[in-house]
Ligand binder design. Structure first.
Ligand code: ITT
Length: 190
């Protein structure tokens, strides 16, 4: 039996996302639990579209659920890998991206996170962005994915050199989940 006074269920296979969401939402007294539920992921250039489709396709669920889709958008590569970040990471990793930007000094990039919340038929979308640049080499051991090559604006360190708490202050996911937390608090929604 699911119990959900102040709990939301996060449909993701990525445990790092769970940890980051738990950290941010703990400030709002909201608990986050991973849920293993079928998530349909369409291919689209729009993260919002991917999230909305996944939420709508989950059928009849009564408990509050969250889906998140995120990506790294590199300016010089016309926004690549963007919505294909997960696939690109698996195929070429951080080193592959560094190779694509070899001898390139224009290294601006942004991370985007789209968090979709659904309870019953109500759906809300929250967006978080983090501007920064791609470093010249990998650094740091924390986090996941492209964290070792992403340096947020006004920082010297990569995300992988930051603790989860520090990363969450600046990160795309930190901002999107904070927006969700504020909305839940305002509307007393769970
Ligand atoms: P779920 O779909 O199961 O939630 P996923 O890891 O496949 O997990 P996405 O489809 O949202 O998640 O893929 C986004 C990819 O973008 C992710 O696998 C990383 O490679 C990269 N990424 C997103 N946010 C990141 C972050 O905070 N730090 C580093 N890389 C990130």
């Amino acid at each position: 039996m699911l119990h959900f006074d102040n709990k939301i269920f996060f449909a993701t296979n990525n445990n790092n996302k769970i940890l980051e969401a738990q950290h941010v939402l703990s400030d709002f007294k909201v608990l986050v639990e991973k849920i293993d539920i079928k998530k349909v992921e369409i291919q689209s250039d729009e993260l919002e579209e991917i999230v909305l489709y996944a939420l709508k396709k989950m059928g009849k669920i009564t408990y509050p659920i969250v889906v998140e889709d995120s990506g790294l958008f590199i300016e010089k590569l016309n926004g690549f890998p963007g919505p294909y970040s997960s696939y690109v990471y698996k195929k070429i990793g951080c080193n592959g991206i560094l190779k694509l930007l070899e001898n390139e000094n224009e290294r601006k990039a942004k991370f985007v996170s789209i968090v979709g919340f659904r309870k019953g038929r109500l759906i809300k979308i929250f967006r978080g962005e983090c501007y920064g640049k791609i470093s010249y080499k990998m650094a740091g051991k924390y986090g996941f994915g492209f964290d070792p090559i992403f340096v947020p604006e006004n920082e010297e360190k990569t995300f992988a050199e930051m603790s989860l708490e520090e990363k969450s202050l600046w990160s795309h996911r930190g901002k999107a989940f904070k927006a969700l937390g504020n909305w839940i608090r305002l509307h007393k929604y769970i």
